[in-house]
Design a protein around this ligand. Structure first.
Ligand code: GTP
Ligand code: MG
Length: 241
């Protein structure tokens, strides 16, 4: 199968608890390779949108499609293959750096893993670890910094061939050098993939094809960075505030 990664949401409504919708009538369309950013205050529903795209929950109303096909029609396995995730919590296990990056792509040769680490800007710090790619990570990467764990997450996603990428940006304060490395890694990762990015630092999403501003579960503004600034609405407030 050759998935392009077009994403559609049509009148999606959902809540975690009965009669308490947290997303209301969400409609959007992402063309192949586009970068769609979600911004809005805490609790607005940003993570919930990506939860639904991943089918972690079932929607109440509406539908979500990939390449025009309802995501409920194909199995979860195909969905997992088509969506790469870089989430805020890193999911590292006790094992070597090599094994941690290879996770999910057990067929990948060492060279491919290293190439993915280079794409993610993780190769340099890995080589400085005591045993390089053979360094054993303690439970959930406790012997790494937060920024380094994030770079491993990005490397793992870079190894994935999924045409769709979902990123929930880390809010955490890492040093500016690591932050720049993370940003470069993410940029490389987004290239040629349809990306949903939840941005906490608005500076990182200025170049998005479309920015969605969420408030109380609704998209209240949408447009490019320039369009939204001109509008002087909520995005303008968030950006200048
Ligand atoms: P930040 O990550 O804080 O910026 O917020 P967000 O925009 O990602 O909000 P999110 O989508 O996580 O939450 C939207 C609403 O759903 C909030 O009112 C949450 O309290 C609620 N919510 C999120 N996850 C759960 C859950 O697992 N169970 C329940 N019952 N409510 C949830
Ligand atoms: Mg969130």
């Amino acid at each position: 199968e050759n998935v392009q990664g077009e994403i559609g949401m049509e009148h999606v409504t959902f809540g975690y608890l009965e009669n308490q919708p947290v997303l209301k009538d969400i409609s959007l369309h992402a063309k192949k390779g586009q970068k769609i950013a979600f911004v809005g205050s805490t609790g607005a529903g940003k993570t919930t949108i990506t939860n639904l795209l991943n089918r972690f929950y079932e929607i109440w109303e509406g539908k979500i499609t990939i390449d025009g096909v309802d995501i409920r029609e194909n199995g979860l396995e195909s969905l997992r293959e088509n969506i790469a995730l870089v989430l805020q919590d890193t999911h590292l296990f006790t094992g070597t750096v090599m094994e941690n990056i290879r996770y999910g792509r057990l067929d990948a040769a060492d060279e491919e893993v290293i190439a993915a680490a280079k794409t993610a800007n993780a190769d340099a710090f890995i080589r400085r670890l005591q045993n390089g790619y053979d360094t054993v990570l303690e439970g959930d990467g406790a012997n790494l910094s937060q920024g380094q764990r994030q770079l491993l997450n990005i490397a793992r996603a870079a190894l994935s061939k999924a045409p769709v990428l979902v990123m929930d940006e880390a809010t955490s304060s890492v040093d500016t050098i690591t932050e720049r490395q993370i940003q470069e890694g993410m940029d490389a990762l987004m290239k040629d993939r349809t990306t949903f990015v939840i941005a906490h630092r608005l500076s990182t999403i200025r170049n998005s094809d479309m920015i969605m501003v969420l408030e109380h579960g609704r998209i209240i503004e949408r447009g490019t960075h320039t369009e939204l600034l001109q509008r002087q609405g909520r995005y303008y407030e968030l950006y200048t505030g």
